[in-house]
Design a protein around this ligand. Structure first.
Ligand SMILES: NC(=O)c1ccc[n+]([C@@H]2O[C@H](COP(=O)([O-])OP(=O)(O)OC[C@H]3O[C@@H](n4cnc5c(N)ncnc54)[C@H](O)[C@@H]3O)[C@@H](O)[C@H]2O)c1
Length: 335
């Protein structure tokens, strides 16, 4: 297989924590040929620390002209749409960070352009690639816990990502930059509920801003009603006094729970006294970067195409709309 020449735009925390190490682990499949960040020192640091012999581009135009086959877009949310469109128009395959866009019109235009250009557009909804979460998806889909009844998901942090995750990245809490916990976390977790339980009939939500002088939603509680009759609850916070997360899935024959450590899942079946513990380390799934390479070569399908990223966005936008309407149920515009 021909090596793919790849470029990364945005050399912040997600590139440092995920994209760079994942790409460095694929030296036979990928050459990281170009890096671009509006702060050039960040691109230089990634190249140095990861051993990439990449050109450090001084502008987006230079990045597009650098001879790359594919681009990873890891910039703040508001930039994803325009940069994806420009990369696709320049003939590049794209792996774009979540949320893929900030409204559905943009997301639809990105999907349409990728189709028209016959280019690969993949969204980095990273939970979709977690081995443990894929094992759970299969367990639910195979009917092991019976007909879905209820799902609970809590993700609670003590601060917004501009404090712990990427210090100083204030766009995460800027209304103008489309920050906030819904764009950041609901885009993963609402998608997880949808992935496991299917079409969502309605969402009733109560969002709030609890950070002093906060501009963006930092807490959210929502109730999902699924087309199959099941219910779900999604609880998110950036302001709880201690952090935590949990996932519980209930079906007519049993339940699956994931502890805060996400180190395993526990399956309990009706009539059986002993639970089955499945360690995350025993679950296998291909990571997003390997999928990206294989899909570009046509060796496999696209695990999270633009349309899936678009639906994740539709779910969080329904959470926004419902809360703005005082918690009235809203049907998400998934397709
Ligand atoms: N998939 C996941 O699990 C996951 C996790 C964290 C972040 N993300 C997403 O990744 C994206 C980046 O997040 P982050 O945590 O790395 O943020 P960050 O603020 O740490 O990094 C963003 C980088 O983009 C650069 N940048 C800003 N404007 C630019 C422009 N016009 N052109 C080029 N570079 C520009 C910044 O200088 C910065 O280095 C966000 O969309 C975020 O939602 C995804």
């Amino acid at each position: 297989m021909k090596k793919i020449r790849l470029g990364i735009i945005g050399c912040g925390q997600i590139t440092r924590a995920s994209h760079a190490p994942a790409l460095a682990a694929l030296p036979k499949q990928i050459e990281v040929a170009a890096l671009y960040d509006i702060v050039p020192a960040r691109a230089e640091a990634i190249a140095k620390d990861s051993g990439f012999g990449a050109v450090i581009c001084r502008s987006f135009k230079e990045f597009l002209a650098s001879g790359i086959d594919a681009a990873i877009i890891a910039t703040p949310n508001k930039l994803h749409y325009r940069q994806t469109i420009d990369c696709l128009n320049a003939g590049k395959h794209v792996l774009v960070e979540k949320p893929m866009a900030t409204n559905l019109r943009q997301a639809d235009a990105m999907c349409e352009l990728a189709r028209r250009k016959r280019l690969h557009l993949q969204v980095n909804q990273s939970f979709r690639y977690f081995p443990l979460y894929n094992f759970i998806a299969k367990t639910v889909a195979d009917g092991k816990i019976g007909k879905p009844l209820h799902i609970r998901c809590l993700r609670a942090g003590v601060s917004a990502p501009n404090v712990g995750w990427s210090p100083g990245a204030d766009w995460f809490v800027s209304r103008n930059a489309n920050g906030g916990i819904l764009m950041d976390i609901a885009v993963h977790m609402a998608d997880l509920l949808y992935w496991y339980f299917g079409d969502v009939e309605s969402i009733s939500a109560q969002n709030s801003i609890r950070r002093p002088n906060g501009e963006v939603i930092d807490n959210s509680a929502s109730l999902f009603r699924f087309a199959n009759g099941a219910t779900g609850v999604l609880e998110l916070s950036w302001t709880f006094p201690v952090g935590g997360n949990s996932l519980e899935i209930w079906g007519e024959k049993g339940s699956i729970t994931v502890p805060a450590s996400m180190a395993n899942c526990e399956i309990r079946l009706k009539g059986k006294s002993e639970p089955k513990i499945v360690p995350a380390s025993e679950c296998k799934f291909t990571n997003s970067h390997e999928w990206f390479v294989k899909s570009i070569h046509g060796a496999t399908g696209n695990p999270v195409p633009g349309e899936a990223g678009r639906n994740a966005l539709a779910l969080l936008l329904a959470i926004v709309k419902s809360s703005e309407r005082g918690g009235r149920p809203v049907k998400p515009e998934t397709v």
